[in-house]
Ligand binder design. Sequence first.
Ligand code: CP
Length: 296
Amino acid sequence: MNKITSISNLNRTFVEDLFLKTKLIKKSKIIQLGGFEGKTICLLFFEKSTRTKFSFELAAKRLGFNVLDFSEEISSMGKGESLEDTLNTFVAMGVNGFVVRHPEDKISLKIAKLLPDNVFFINAGDGNHAHPTQALLDVFTIQENFQKMDQLEVAILGDSKHSRVIPSFIELLKLFNCNNLKFFGPPELLNKEHAPAFNGIEADAFFKTDVLFVLRIQKERFQGFENINMKTFIEEFQINTNVLKASNFSGRLMHPGPLNINHEITEEVAASSSSLVLNQVSNGVFLRTALLQLIA
Ligand code: CP
């Protein structure tokens, strides 16, 4: 298996192997692991990214890959070349694998189909379909902090409707028998399939919550009919010290990033001792290194 479009491509044994490898890489503290010298990986990002793109680049360089950093603006796609022809061109040059982020929903499925069997592929986020490596690093981070996944209580707050992280996150949590999920946010930002849903944060709302997973509002994926007043959203849903106190929260805070500070979360809370935000980022490099070792 060398093409990862979503969590559904993975079974629990693969994920447990991946997490073990990630743990060993993290523990070893070896920066230059090597092993993939002479191989080439191409990063094609058609949307902005800091965490995913640069952690893949760091991971690939630590393994010894040549890294091609594709940029649409200076490529022949600007002259009308298709994505398919672009990928075929790189394959003809001898590229061994691709990491692709693209705004189109499920384009990862088309890419996986058109690439030859011996070329690996990782979906780095396609529309609001999937973002499998984000889910993997998030669940790895959870497992570093909590023993029993089947007893974990997770609250997801914010724009889960337009998130590609959440479908992958839920799928992976279910693979580990974690089904205790709650969703918080205004109706416009909640997916009807996600239940139970709460359109406000009551006193004691997070009394039993182990992980509070906060999401930014993803306006770039709005369909045009969402009517979100940011001031009202902040008043009703912002995660700040007062809200955490009133809701009786004593768990760990997570956010896949990027954060919109002082919108969905305050700087104080994001930087507090209960926040795992930067652990998620660090683990992203270790996990993506381990993943490349397994599939490249
Ligand atoms: N979480 C995430 O995908 O971050 P980037 O957009 O910075 O890659």
